[in-house]
Each structure stands twice: as structure tokens, then as C-alpha cells.
Design a protein. Structure first.
Lengths: 113, 115
């Protein structure tokens, strides 16, 4: 079935470091791809999304490109801040035949000042 | 900005008791979901609901679970006889459409603790 695989965390970086969180997926059909972020004690918030191959989603300095050939949607940010400390979830949107969003295991990011 | 609201934020219940978790989805949304997240683990799909019926459910969503949209605004998850392993954060979500890049909007969650 459809699935999402994310790199294991936690990821610990110094402020202003470059961030990459890897995400690959397996899906039938052509799903939309999402990154959600969960700050401590809060729910899931949409960070960015891409709906088709080669689309780039971006928000708050984060970017991810939908790569069909490598079935990947890696999250990147050029310069992280302490306030970016959170858990990041890669997710597949519903494709034909399913209603659900499928989430990866989440990657915890800790940014040190 | 419209948001999904969940109540209560935290519920403690004794094993074997029934609990009802409540959610108010965004008003013009048509698809509703429940997910759960056991502490430190992945976000797991439980059930989706559309057009007043369950459209899809996972293996987790057994006969102990039920969902209802009793009055056109609330969306509830009932656990009939709670077990210790039901302790988790439960998230309600809603979306306007299905597919096509439509994102799901999530509530802040209800932390359920079964003792």
C-alpha cells in the first residue's frame, strides 16, 4: 500500500545551519505531497505542499520539490532558527480509491542558539 | 482564520469507561477525519467520514470505536470501552475536498489518558 518514509531523528543543528529532512514515498496514482509541522504542545499545521511532479512548495524559508523520478519530497531550509524547533511530518494526500492522508513517522528538529 | 476546534484538550478516564471526543470542523468542509498519535510515535489514520457515513477506516478502528456527526456542526469519536493502549493524542481534521492538493486542517488535539 501507499507509504511515506522519513529520515530518523532527532536532528540537532546550530542556528543558521542548513537543514535537509529526507522524505520518500510509495504510491499508486499521483498523490499530492505535504509537509506538516508540529510545535511543542500543538496540533499539526500545514507548512507547504506540492500537487504534481516538479512543483516546488515553499513557506517561511522552507522548500520542497516533488521529484517523481526519485519519489522524493525532501524538506530544506537554508538557515534554521531556534524557533524552527519542532517535529516535521511528510504526508501523502488522498489518491483515487482512498480518502486518507498518510503520514511519515516525523522527524524532530532541535536548533541550538 | 477558520480553524478546527477540539474539546476537551485533555481527558483522563478509567479503563473500561466510554469516552466521547468532540470536534467542530471548519464549516464549509465536507470531509472529516480522526487520527491518533501515541506519544512520540507516528500519526495514524483512524477513520474518514463523508456524506454522513464512514468512507474509509483503518484496522485500528474496530468495533470499540464509532463516529457521528449529530447536528451538522459537531463530529465526535466515541470509544466504548477504553483500554490502556488507547492512551494517545487524538486529532480531528477536515478538508474541503478530496484530492487535488487539498490540505487537511487539524485541530489542536485531545490528549486521552486511560488509567
Amino acid at each position: 500500500g501507499d507509504s511515506v518514509t522519513q529520515m530518523e531523528g532527532p536532528v540537532t543543528l546550530s542556528e543558521e545551519a542548513f537543514l535537509t529532512i529526507n522524505c520518500t514515498y510509495t504510491a499508486t496514482g499521483y498523490p499530492s505531497l505535504f509537509w506538516y509541522v508540529q510545535y511543542p504542545g500543538e496540533g499539526l499545521q500545514l507548512l507547504l505542499k506540492a500537487t504534481k511532479a516538479d512543483d516546488k512548495g515553499s513557506n517561511k524559508g522552507f522548500e520542497a520539490t516533488y521529484r517523481k523520478e526519485t519519489t522524493s519530497f525532501h524538506l530544506e531550509k537554508g538557515s534554521v532558527q531556534v524557533s524552527d524547533s519542532a517535529v516535521y511530518f511528510c504526508a501523502l494526500g488522498a489518491t483515487s480509491g482512498t480518502y486518507k492522508y498518510i503520514f511519515g513517522t516525523g522527524t524532530r528538529l532541535k536548533v541550538l542558539a | 482564520e477558520p480553524e478546527v476546534t477540539q474539546t476537551p484538550s485533555h481527558q483522563v478516564t478509567q479503563m473500561g469507561q466510554e469516552v466521547i471526543l468532540r470536534c467542530v470542523p471548519i464549516s464549509n468542509h465536507l470531509y472529516f477525519y480522526w487520527y491518533r498519535q501515541i506519544l512520540g510515535q507516528k500519526v495514524e489514520f483512524l477513520v474518514s467520514f463523508y456524506n454522513n457515513e464512514i468512507s474509509e477506516k483503518s484496522e485500528i478502528f474496530d468495533d470499540q470505536f464509532s463516529v457521528e456527526r449529530p447536528d451538522g456542526s459537531n463530529f465526535t469519536l466515541k470509544i466504548r470501552s477504553t483500554k490502556l493502549e488507547d492512551s494517545a493524542m487524538y486529532f480531528c481534521a477536515s478538508s474541503e475536498r478530496r484530492g487535488g492538493g487539498t490540505e487537511a486542517f487539524f485541530g489542536q488535539g485531545t490528549r486521552l489518558t486511560v488509567v
